[in-house]
Design a protein around this ligand. Structure first.
Ligand code: NAD
Ligand code: MG
Length: 302
């Protein structure tokens, strides 16, 4: 049984020290990186996230759910009672299998759907597969993203420019469009955007532009489908420790100080994002529509 003191320790925590202020060693992985090889490992809530039935019976598709923020959201959704389809790149199979095991251990259905969201046809295939395997679909989390740091615009190739827009914003249009025919009133869409939408880093021009587009898409689509009882919102993370950052997402020399310039003085852990996605997906946020929830350690945002 949990004592009063233990309960207080869980419910009253200093956000500065709740997670360690990490100073990751310089490291590099080929894109897409794996959580399996991240040093120090990221906290996706495996040993901490406790559900309270807030998504009981829901059927969710989460893209990029093999690692990082998407994995933390998938773990939280399952522990809140949802069955979850996770989409990821074939190269991420090891990470995906681990997340699927955690979902299954929560007593929920896990469906794994590898494939490349830069391909338009796969964006509808992933939705149809998720809906048929889960017996329907009522929650979508558009979370997959590509971030490659390039110092000078002259060095940004057409190939990268196209790929960043395909994965980060065009796929969100295509997946949402395919999902709509499955989404009954009460369903939700949550898009992953970024603080980069308002405070672009000079080395992330293509990435940051897509994130601004995601905020705009979220607010527009939210108004379009609200009368149908479908809510669309976004979450804008600040610096979160995930494989995205070590697979050319940041210059490697920036990694040791990653996230230390936030008011909390530390990078965020993926599990600290999960409650925002749970809130925006659960019925308790019924009057929250077209909102971007900033989870960024205190950096001012509009
Ligand atoms: P991550 O690398 O763990 O997750 C990104 C995922 O996107 C990958 O796991 C991969 O499965 C998926 N993906 C990338 N390209 C794909 C493709 N072509 N086809 C299919 N899937 C593809 O990193 P993360 O940081 O958890 O990123 C999740 C989301 O959060 C992204 O949209 C990212 O832009 C956003 N975000 C992250 C941070 C951060 O600091 N980590 C900050 C702001 C926003
Ligand atoms: Mg991954």
């Amino acid at each position: 049984m949990t004592s009063m003191t233990e309960t207080t320790q869980l419910t009253f925590q200093n956000p500065v020290t709740r997670y360690p202020a990490i100073s990751p060693p310089q490291q590099s992985q080929p894109e897409p990186g794996l959580d399996l090889h991240l040093s120090p490992p990221a906290d996706r809530g495996e040993n901490s996230y406790r559900g309270t039935g807030r998504l009981e019976g829901r059927r969710a598709l989460i893209t990029g759910a093999d690692s990082g923020i998407g994995a933390a959201v998938a773990i939280a959704f399952a522990r809140e009672g949802a069955d979850v389809a996770i989409s990821y790149l074939p190269a991420e199979e090891e990470d995906a299998v681990r997340v699927a095991e955690i979902i299954a251990a929560a007593g929920r259905r896990a469906v794994t759907i590898p494939g490349d969201l830069a391909k338009a046809v796969f964006c509808s295939e992933v939705v149809e597969k998720a809906a048929s395997e889960l017996g329907g679909l009522d929650a979508l989390v558009n979370n997959a993203g590509k971030q490659i740091s390039v110092d000078r615009l002259e060095d940004l190739t057409d190939e990268q420019l196209d790929a960043t827009f395909e994965v980060n914003i065009l796929a969100q249009f295509r997946i949402a469009r395919a999902a709509l025919r499955h989404l009954a009133p009460g369903s939700t869409i949550v898009n992953s955007t970024s603080i980069q939408a308002y405070r672009p880093s000079p080395h992330l021009l293509d990435y940051a532009s897509t994130k601004a587009a995601i905020n705009n898409f979220t607010k527009g689509l939210a108004q379009q489908v609200a009368p149908r009882g479908i809510r669309v919102n976004a979450v804008a993370p600040g610096p979160i420790w995930t494989p995205l950052q070590v697979s050319d997402g940041q210059p490697t020399e920036a990694l040791p100080s990653f996230g230390q310039n936030t008011p909390l003085g530390r990078a965020g852990q993926p599990t600290e994002l999960a409650p925002a996605y749970v809130f925006l997906t659960s019925a308790e946020s019924s009057y929250v529509v077209g909102e971007t929830l900033n989870v960024n350690g205190g950096s001012p945002s509009p």
